[in-house]
Design a protein around this ligand. Sequence first.
Ligand code: CP
Length: 330
Amino acid sequence: MRHFTSINDLGDVQAAVKEALEIKKNRYAFQELGKNRTALLIFFNNSLRTRLSTQKAAMNLGMNVIVLDVNQGAWKLETERGVIMDGDKSEHLLEAIPVMGCYCDMIGVRSFARFENKEDDYNEKILNQFIKYSGRPVFSMEAATRHPLQSFADLITIEEYKKTARPKVVMTWAPHPKALPQAVPNSFAETMNATDYEFVIAQPHGYELDEKFVGRAKVEYDQRKALEGADFVYAKNWSAYKDPNYGKVICKDMDWTVDTEKMALTNNAYFMHCLPVRRNMIVSDDVIESPQSIVIPEAANREISAQCVLKRILEGLNGDAQPVSTGYWH
Ligand code: CP
């Protein structure tokens, strides 16, 4: 595998889950594979789980890891071409990216949707510049439209906990005070669509996701109806995708919070969330602390999903030394 920007880059997802579960049994079995290889992790946005789990995954594989928080300690980066750089941004991404590529064998990038320009977000403008100009394999640590390391971990977790071959999985919108990207729900939907599970998306009107991610999902506007008989409840907030409200909060209806009354409608479902979660907005204290809450094992599987992805990228590297990118000028 060269780049990882979507769950589809893994090919057969069930084979990928099988591989991940083998890795989980012995996570130090591939220490030689990453020897003298360096992963550079670039964060344009905050992170707890992705930062720690990806570093741990790389270390499990015997790799060296460098972490850079672009907005804390590096030069502020200009991302638009043609800008007269007389403001507070000292360096252009078009120089910074190939330079970063000089110091590593692969690059992980976290760069959220900015909600300034929907086309730029949905064309993954930042992530694709890393792919184009770094000369290195690039993996997404949550980009503008997808968070595939998260959705792969979610799938591993469902496969570990499911009690029937084809569980009913309900992804439900829930309220949040701020405008959040659609990356997590997009990726979760994309991943569920790669399985044969029964998959339902529950959301208020106006929160429809891009159809290419919704796929074969059944869309419900009545959350209680959607939750009936669910085996897994995946709660998440997202902002509006559809124009003219792209990136906006159009509803904060607290009747969509997942609480014990809602969970009672399910088939004793497991509760999932990617974290961080706003308690008593997205989910009640009682539900997240209940025995049916699997948010911690779900987060723990982020190490396993990252390790499986990094292992596949390492296996795709050729030879000992990777040529340095000549950058944009050739
Ligand atoms: N779920 C997730 O990606 O967590 P972080 O934002 O803390 O990395």
